[in-house]
Design a protein around this ligand. Structure first.
Ligand code: SF4
Length: 251
């Protein structure tokens, strides 16, 4: 589902509450350096090819107009969330846009969190890392523990190395949210004991302040994917819960 608008919502998010979305990607297409088999925006190749990104000024003006209107209407907002039709950190002005957003948040709705959903591929770039350190909820994706599985699930652009990404995640010193999609595909099952043990080993190493485990809830571009039930995920996550990790399950 393509969002199109640079500022959209607020929408009711199962993970973030009443959430105002910011889409830094083209208003008529998808732009991502992953091409996940479950992406709700569809395959990259099916994006409609508008490559124009919104400018920093455009984002700031649209966000200010929206926050001002929501304040007038007394609409409560839990989160201003960077998500949308692709990977927000690919925008060349991402760090500056984060600064603008934090300033507007402080002015119009200081109680609202600023959240960024990212595939974490650019956290090794220092300006992106520093920007993510400033927001309330940096939500970093890691769907599988090995490069082979990530290649199948996330279909990344060349050069993606989950081990290097995990290393870069260590710089957050646990002050981030790890987000992992659990699914069953014809070639993969997130609950496979060997893979699950490796993934849990990464969680224990990184000690994120929260782990968001979620599963399919929308049509996926690849046919044949199946979701987990909430109960299945609870059982799978029990060892981490017993060890005191903050696990949020969305199914
Ligand atoms: S990282 Fe997100 S936007 Fe990019 S393909 Fe995967 S699900 Fe879609």
């Amino acid at each position: 589902m393509l969002r199109e608008d640079t500022v959209f919502g607020p929408i009711r998010s199962r993970r973030l509450g009443n959430s105002l979305g910011i889409n830094l990607l083209p208003r008529e297409g998808k732009l991502c350096n992953f091409d996940c088999i479950y992406c709700e925006c569809g395959w990259n190749a099916d994006g409609r090819g508008d490559a124009a990104l919104p400018s920093r000024d455009d984002v700031r003006m649209r966000l200010e107009a929206k926050l001002s209107a929501l304040l007038r209407e007394s609409v409560p907002l839990d989160s201003i969330t960077f998500s949308g039709d692709g990977e927000p950190t690919l925008h060349p002005d991402f760090p500056g846009i984060i600064d603008d957003t934090l300033a507007l948040r402080d002015r119009y709705c200081p109680e609202t969190a600023v959240s960024v959903l990212t595939n974490a591929t650019r956290i090794q770039t220092d300006t992106v890392f520093q920007a993510l350190r400033k927001v309330d909820a940096p939500i970093l994706k890691l769907d599988a523990p090995t490069a082979e599985l990530c290649a199948l699930i996330n279909r990344p652009a060349a050069g993606y190395d989950p081990a290097a990404v995990v290393k870069a995640m260590e710089r957050f010193e646990g002050n981030f949210i790890l987000q992992t999609m659990f699914l069953r595909a014809p070639f993969f099952d997130s609950s496979e004991p060997g893979q699950l043990a490796l993934w849990m080993g990464i969680v224990r190493k990184l000690r994120p302040r929260q782990v968001m485990v979620y599963t399919l809830d929308r049509p996926a571009p690849l046919q044949g994917l199946r979701a987990f039930s909430a109960r299945e995920l609870e059982i799978l996550m029990q060892p981490l819960v017993d060890e005191g990790y903050n696990i949020q399950i969305r199914a």
